[in-house]
Write a protein that binds this ligand. Sequence first.
Ligand SMILES: [Zn+2]
Length: 247
Amino acid sequence: MDALFRELDKWQTAGKKPRLFLRDDDAIDATPALDKLIGPCEDFDIPLLLATIPQPANTALGKRVIKSPLVRGAVHGYRHKNHSPMGEKTCELGTQRPLQTVLDELAEGREKLLNLFEGNLSAIIVPPWNRIHEPVIDELLGLGFGGLSTHAWLKHKMPLPMVSTHVDIMHWSAGTIGREHNWVLNQLTLNLEIARNKGGRAIGILTHHLVHDEKAWAMLDKLYALLDGKVDWVAADDLLSEAAEPI
Ligand SMILES: [Zn+2]
């Protein structure tokens, strides 16, 4: 934790305040877990980008999201279905199927969520497993999307604004459990340093409310309390107008 505070001091010396945004994935329904996620966001005034799977998303979710002005839904694939052959990395928005099939699904999903959230839909698309192939990326602007969110700092130029996440609080390969709190704070510190060196880019925190264990929930509580007043939590869509991230 000392390293985190030392890093925050460096921002202050540079006359800057870190900006963070929160992205949560896989919403389909209004559940107690979703309430548990949204509650503290409202307490700490934290905007939430709620990546929603269009095909199974129901009206109960729509009603719940509309009740909370800090929450904004985003298109998260279509069915969250893997189309990769066995042994390859999971991917829904790839070249395994005809391009037009993928684009038709995305257009239909976007339309459904626009209705479900009464127009309050993020311009950002969040691909399942943070994977999307280039031919699909090239068509996103034409489908009405204005930004893309994956997980990692930018490695090469992209044809549309990127608003990606950097710190995932879940440990997937260990059996979908919450990461050790020290690991999360170390990752946050490392990414704050990278963000500072990139001129103060925003950092994305990634959560998955439907699979959080107690450690993951406690991590979020700790994070919000620790960073309260020391960072600005911003809406992901507000980052779309920024200049492209330096590579
Ligand atoms: Zn997902």
